[in-house]
Design a binder for this molecule. Structure first.
Ligand code: BGC
Length: 481
């Protein structure tokens, strides 16, 4: 992906905007815990992430999300930024512990008021919504977290209460965001909250999140919500490091763990068959009640695809690196993530490989065929070390994030190309694309060290400065015909 000049980037934006199908939704995404702050206000309960951040050594820069980007106090400014960006839709998440501090019971008035205000402001700005019910901030009062089946039932109840309260105002509902990341990072490898290192014994957490998803689909429908309902899964096409049989076997295993365990039951109604030789590792999924699978595979109105990077897998243990932090548990596995030197990398070190977004779409089309509902790319973006510079002549602040523009341009182009190019993904109805993220934010275990925003945030005084990528996305939005 060669770097473009500023004029080439503008030309690309105009061309890309002109090629987007009619009605294609452009959006920007955030999540509550990463932006809201105000974690101790309005009687908000503690989430597993609040607890995790207080444990020494868990967060790279030792930060907490107590203030995050201070969005809780700056919704007016942030909605104005969305409006000026010219996007159609804002994907945000409801903070479960702000609405149900203990993970159950009546919705808390202060939480409801906060989101009503936000929704009023978005409506006044003419911005549609995609609201996620669970973006990782599990109420800490729910003992056992997603390892406990009861959490799925509590989540269904939460969804019902939210559907009753907000059912006439949300454009699209996302039940659960990236159950794969919660399972793998949070319960298997311990790099995310709650910090468990159960390796393959983490799979019940996958099943319970998926069950929570299915129960919440039923609950939202029972509450009569007007908006469409979907789930968001992160997909990472997996490639073996070499042509060896061992690499191929572990690549297939990792594809199951990262992609198919989360997509197959939702779209096909069953878990994938374990690769030969690995059956014992998946026994928890083989034993689940078939009635659960019927709930998990409730028909959806759309499928949310998050894509960041592909994964290369090699056999043999090989260090503790995961995409989201270092884990001793990772080092104990019989496979590892192999480096990918031929691709440039983001600030996080993730390979920049837009063609693999096309692969992810091809895999979705091939694996799920006519069972796949319309697709939204619900997150795509990259972190880079962005800095505010003052224009020597005008004194105006600027953030020249050309690398992010090149990343977004290549990925949106690859997605549009894949669904219109005559390949397997041509069968997909791709309805929209959300950039991760509107704002630089608190990036989980990486704290404030990774900036993903279209808008730069000063983490000391919370000043917002739109980056060059913000102006670029606006040009794409304006160039639609
Ligand atoms: C998550 C976001 C996160 C982003 C970048 C996704 O896995 O949904 O919350 O900030 O990736 O790491």
């Amino acid at each position: 992906m060669p770097a473009m000049s500023p004029e080439e980037r503008r030309e690309f934006a105009r061309d890309l905007g002109g090629r987007l199908p009619a009605g294609f939704v452009l959006g920007a995404a955030t999540s509550a815990f990463q932006i809201e702050g105000a974690t101790h206000e309005g009687g908000r309960g503690e989430s597993v992430w609040d607890a995790f951040t207080t444990q020494p050594g868990r967060i790279l820069d030792g930060s907490t999300a107590d203030r995050a980007t201070d969005h809780f106090h700056r919704t007016t400014e942030d909605v104005a930024l969305l409006h000026d960006l010219g996007v159609d839709s804002y994907r945000f998440s409801f903070a479960w512990p702000r609405l149900q501090p203990e993970g159950k019971g009546a919705l808390r008035a202060s939480g409801v008021e906060f989101y009503e205000r936000l929704l009023d402001q978005l409506a006044a700005a003419g911005i549609d919504t995609m609201a996620t019910l669970f973006h990782w901030d599990t109420p800490n009062e729910l003992r056992g977290g997603w390892f406990a089946r009861d959490t799925a039932l509590r989540f269904g109840d939460f969804a019902h209460a939210m559907g009753e309260r907000f059912g006439d105002r949300i454009g699209r509902w996302v039940t659960v965001n990236e159950p794969a990341t919660v399972t793998l990072d949070g319960y298997a490898l311990g790099v995310h909250a709650p910090g468990a290192t159960r390796l393959f014994n983490s799979l019940p957490a996958a099943h319970h999140q998926l069950l929570g998803h299915g129960l919440s689909v039923q609950a939202l429908r029972a509450a009569g919500v007007q908006g469409g309902i979907g789930i968001v899964n992160v997909h990472s096409p997996v490639v073996p490091a070499t042509g060896s049989e061992a690499d191929a076997a572990f690549a297939e295993l990792f594809d199951l763990l990262h992609n198919r365990v989360f997509a197959d039951p939702v779209l096909l109604g069953h878990y994938p068959a374990p690769p030969e030789g690995f059956e014992a590792l998946f026994s928890a999924l083989a034993e689940v009640d078939p009635a659960d699978l019927a709930v998990i595979s409730e028909k959806l109105d759309f499928y949310g695809l998050n894509y960041y990077a592909p994964t290369k897998i090699a056999a043999g243990s090989g260090g503790s690196a995961t995409p989201d932090g270092s884990s001793d548990a990772m080092a104990s596995l019989p496979f590892h993530l192999a480096p990918w030197p031929e691709f440039p990398r983001t600030g996080f070190g993730w390979p920049i490989a837009p063609e693999f977004l096309g692969t992810a779409l091809d895999e979705l089309a091939t694996r799920y065929g006519s069972l796949l509902p319309p697709v939204f790319i619900t997150e795509n973006g990259a972190s880079f070390a962005d800095a505010v510079e003052l224009d020597p002549e005008t004194g105006e602040p600027h953030v020249h994030d050309g690398s992010r523009i090149d990343y977004l341009a290549a990925h949106l182009d690859a997605a549009v190309g894949a669904v219109t190019g005559g390949g397997p993904a041509s069968a997909i109805s791709l309805r929209g694309y959300y950039v991760w993220s509107l704002l630089d934010n608190w990036e989980w275990a990486a704290g404030f060290t990774q900036r993903f925003g279209l808008v730069h945030v000063d983490f000391d005084d919370f000043t917002r400065t739109p980056k060059d990528s913000y102006a670029w996305l606006r040009l794409v939005a304006e160039s639609r015909t």
